[in-house]
Design a binder for this molecule. Structure first.
Ligand code: SAM
Length: 284
């Protein structure tokens, strides 16, 4: 096969597996082996991947915290003819990972930048979600501060296309709570866990169902949340009930004939809070 590194001075951004090592492409393995240098998010982590594929190219670290000094250094090497492959710990560099900044620096310096396509958690989750794949928005991780997070969610609420989010296991429940409280419990959603790994799992249903499940089952592993776009209808129940207290909602549902236990479960689901919070609100 022809060597693609005949012309020197080239930056590749390569996808690496998000779990299963067999998801590495032949081309990425070959070019990682032929490159002059690999710029890796975490060299210790990537060394294991390199050992698995018997790649001996030197590694250098390039991550969020050194990109401002390291980026220009790498561009100098590219300008003097080096072929560099940039990789992150998993999936595509530049997608909630370092890489985009280096690509921009290289483009600005007139260096050719080329992808070595590979695994990506967002799109892998989307295509198996059962939700619309024709139009979608990806937001990665939601902002940490409550204000920014709520502002973004209020914006996302009206988006007509499918929405893709990343989330860490220890934040999954609070993110689902925020999603239920702002987008409503009835919005269709899918949660993809541990894609391509031994315990891969998809849960499909409503946002309320997702919250209810993870209130009872502690989230473990890596997660992608896929949310159906806004279809122009806000559930009338949700609109009017969003501002009432949990205790009031339980009474209202009981008056409508729902047994107390079920009314408490339904209230927790609609308000995006735990059943314990509903109980405590009733005691007050
Ligand atoms: N660059 C990566 C990509 O292309 O998918 C994303 C890196 S981002 C730092 C890590 C997040 O991606 C995780 O917190 C999780 O939300 C998602 N993720 C990565 N691997 C995953 C997997 N195997 N299953 C589910 N989600 C995954």
């Amino acid at each position: 096969m022809a060597n693609e590194i005949r012309e020197k001075g080239m930056l590749y951004l390569a996808g690496t597996p998000i779990g299963n090592l067999e998801d590495m492409t032949y081309r990425a393995v070959r070019l990682l082996g032929e490159a002059d240098l690999i710029a890796a998010e975490d060299t210790r982590h990537s060394r294991k991947l390199m050992a698995h594929f018997d790649i001996h190219t030197p590694l250098t670290s390039y991550h969020e915290h050194n990109k401002l000094e390291k980026g220009p250094e790498l561009v100098e090497k590219l300008l003097s003819g080096a072929t560099i492959v940039c990789i992150s710990d998993a999936g595509l560099p530049g997608i909630s990972d370092p890489g985009a900044h280096l690509a921009k620096l290289a483009i600005d310096a007139g260096i050719p930048v080329s992808p070595l396509p590979g695994a990506n958690a967002a799109l892998s989750a989307l295509i198996c979600s059962g939700l619309d794949t024709t139009a979608f928005s990806f937001y990665g991780f939601l902002p940490k501060t409550v204000k920014k997070r709520r502002e973004l969610l209020a914006y996302i609420k009206e988006k007509k296309e499918t929405v893709i989010l990343y989330e860490a296991p220890h934040h999954l429940k609070s993110t689902l709570k925020d999603l239920v409280s702002i987008l409503g419990p009835d919005r269709k959603a899918a949660v993809a866990r541990e894609l391509t790994k031994k315990f891969e799992e998809f849960r499909r249903g409503s946002l309320g169902d997702m919250l209810e499940y993870y209130e009872l089952n502690s989230p473990k592993g890596e997660f992608v949340i896929i949310i159906e776009g806004f279809n122009g209808e806000v559930s009338a129940e949700y609109e009017t009930e969003a501002d009432i207290s949990p205790g009031e909602m339980v009474s209202k549902l009981e008056q409508e004939g729902m047994p107390r236990k079920e009314a408490m479960r339904e209230t927790a689901k609609r308000l995006g809070i735990s059943r314990r919070d509903v109980y405590q609100s009733m005691l007050k």
